[in-house]
Design a binder for this molecule. Sequence first.
Ligand code: HEC
Length: 503
Amino acid sequence: MKKLASLLLLAAPFPAASEVTYHRDIAPIVYANCAGCHRPGESAPFPLTSYAEVSRRAKTISLVVNDRYMPPWHANPETTHFLDVRRLKAEEIATIDRWIADGKPEGDPADAPSFPTFTEGWQLGEPDLVLTMGAAYEVPAEGRDIYRNFVLPLDLPEDKWIKAIELRPAARSVVHHSLYFLDQTGKARTLDGKDGKPGFNGMGFRTGSALGAYVPGATPRKLPADLALPLPKGADLILATHFHPSGKAEREQTTVGLYFADTPPSRKLESIQVPPNFGRGAGIDIPPGEKNYRIEDSFTLPVDVEAWFVSGHAHYLCETMLMTATLPDGSETILLDIPDWDLDWQDTYYFAEPVVLPAGTVLKSTITYDNSSDNPDNPTNPPVRVKWGEQSTDEMGSITLSGVALDLADATKLNLSNKANRARVFAQLGRELRDGGVLDRLPAIVKRLDANGDGLLQESELPERMREALLLRLDGNGDKTLDASEIEALREWLETLKKGRGT
Ligand code: HEC
């Protein structure tokens, strides 16, 4: 028996002759996979840079690497190949465990690789524009997580194109993540600082367009090829930041670096959300106690698409996310498989190679939720009914695939069909308006609703039941008011509905 055990050890992928030591076997794993975040000044709560630091926490380390809690990486690397995967190999986990079983021998410091030199400062080089929050936001030592939106006025004199955004938190230990949005309406400015502190509360400022996210430890990237996102002059940058109090009061004054493209992109980056609008129209309505609530939605690509990256968004109750692509020949590719969703690690996953999906490919998202008290992430206990919404206690759910039409000539077709998909959310509203015969009586209805007689329909003047959907559908400039041209758009929409096409 003893002999068999030593034979097995010989078969294991270690230098068989000697024991596993910290300096020779463990330090390379820790330097390459942990120290990027676990070093002073970075996001993790303690450093893992020396024998003393690692051996002291060896037990916990074994636990978190075995259940794949660390390094944090939630996409299944076996189904889809991504860049910059933060994940240990099975042999590396076995090495850590054997080192612990052997009594954590230190070994000879001369065997250790040199400590990696991490790029200090901007990872992508000197930005074209650097913005810093006007004032620091105080994050208390204790208490619940905080979702706060910060407005960074850009005051650009001309339209620009963004290649990348790099975010540098001042208090890395409390900034769990930050989502970027553009606000072209000026609305965020009016909300900013109303409660006497920088920014305003809420889980995400979703009026504007999404530009990506900062996740601690993720490698910032420039958009591939000549892709770039539009940054119209007059727009403000919004950081929707999630803070997690660390036990120590901190002051956060975030700095962001923007990298611009020299020329406009030749192709438009298309973000295909399935379901669209962060799941706004997916009918999310999760009964309390429901352990396996599921939403599904699909989208058929109208043209050949080259997909570059994928990301998911949901809140605390979400458990799993899956996006598959069924090609016209019937074969299936998994584009994103998150078996264990974690709101704290909303990475953008870049495919190792762009994925080409032919016209007719069906993208399908399946997202599941656990609204029982068995879900340790459930923000409400006992559980309550949960619907779609922007608060951390509400839910959302969508997977976004970003890419371009393979053929430049197809870009408009892809864009229109993506837009039409987003507009599906309004099908129900459209049916109600049509069945109510609104078109024939539109001038009279507008006149009746326009209580203050200014010719505009303010939010408060719209029928409450339809208010939000009407604004989403028609309020192109996002000022929460329907002006003459937006009312005209309503009339045109009603005409297409009457003719029985479109939503
Ligand atoms: C991308 C950044 C990042 C990387 C890479 C990373 N960690 Fe962490 N780690 C964190 C953060 C942030 C926390 C604290 C918050 C949390 O638990 O999510 C943490 C927490 C931990 C904890 C405490 C867990 C607990 O529940 O008390 C351990 C242990 C740990 N990490 C070990 C490791 C090891 C070992 C590696 C490498 C194999 C690693 N981490 C890689 C960011 C990282």
